[in-house]
Design a protein around this ligand. Structure first.
Ligand SMILES: [Fe+2]
Length: 267
């Protein structure tokens, strides 16, 4: 890997509870999250990431304790840690709990030849997402001010994944988002969580990437709600000085404690 490569570690969709013993469809989310963090910690020396991004659904029960468990679990990471809310989160509560933590509230980072932009797609009382006028303006304005290669993180998926039950739960004003991207040819990638699966779809030369959750996985290409037996995971994004981008996906080794109840009909 070239010396000037920028590496970003993305961890997503932890769905933590106040009660660390609670499970989501058979997976104790605190345990699977801790296992992912332990695994990722071993890769830090290999990649020396400049930034860690937590891309939403950090909590399942909107509790202060869930966010505190998160902070305690990642407190040993020396890197800046950025975050955005998912549909399961309470953004105001997150801001309060994270205010005096080592998590950064910055949503725009300059790293080498790149700029990283984090967007908030939380839409109160909806599972699907929406970018407010303020968020759309922030994106447009930030991209207009700098032509550095841009990588965008948001919780919700933008393009259909052909997972029929999940596709209507995407970013609802995706056309407004895509119209801004089309104005700025230096956007190099869009990365999300939310869909609990590994995917990459290309639109106009830009990869739209989703990353597995640290707990349960949703089965790709399923018509109705279906879980996948794939293990929890996380992703590294490798950003090259010339604007090219590639990624490395890691999953935990097979372990039945992280296998959900495959008969579940929904959550
Ligand atoms: Fe999620």
């Amino acid at each position: 890997m070239p010396k000037q490569t920028i590496n970003i570690l993305q961890i997503t969709d932890m769905h933590l509870f106040a009660d660390i013993k609670r499970d989501l469809l058979g997976v104790v989310t605190y345990d699977s999250f801790r296992a992912v963090v332990k695994h990722a910690t071993k890769t830090l020396t290999k990649y020396s990431p400049q930034l860690i991004v937590l891309s939403g659904d950090l909590s399942q029960d909107d509790s202060e304790d869930a966010y505190s468990h998160l902070l305690n679990t990642i407190s040993h990471f020396p890197q800046p840690i950025a975050w955005m809310p998912g549909n399961h989160d309470k953004p105001k509560l997150m801001e309060q709990v994270f205010a005096h933590s080592r998590l950064t509230h910055d949503k725009h980072f300059i790293l080498g030849n790149w700029q990283i932009i984090l967007l908030d797609t939380h839409w109160p009382n909806h599972v699907s997402g929406q970018l407010s006028a303020k968020q759309l303006h922030f994106l447009d304005n930030t991209l207009s001010n700098s032509k550095q290669h841009a990588l965008i993180f948001l919780h919700h998926h933008v393009l259909p994944l052909h997972t029929d039950w999940l596709d209507p739960l995407n970013l609802q004003n995706n056309q407004a988002f895509l119209a801004i991207l089309d104005k700025h040819s230096w956007v190099r990638g869009v990365v999300c969580g939310h869909v609990h699966q590994d995917s990459s779809i290309e639109r106009k030369g830009i990869p739209f990437i989703s990353t597995p959750s640290t707990c349960i996985q949703f089965k790709p290409l399923s018509r109705d709600f279906a879980l996948d037996s794939q293990m929890p995971g996380y992703r590294y994004l490798h950003l090259e000085a010339d604007g090219s981008l590639h990624t490395t996906l890691y999953r935990l080794e097979a372990d039945k404690q992280f296998l959900p109840d495959m008969q579940s009909q929904g959550y």
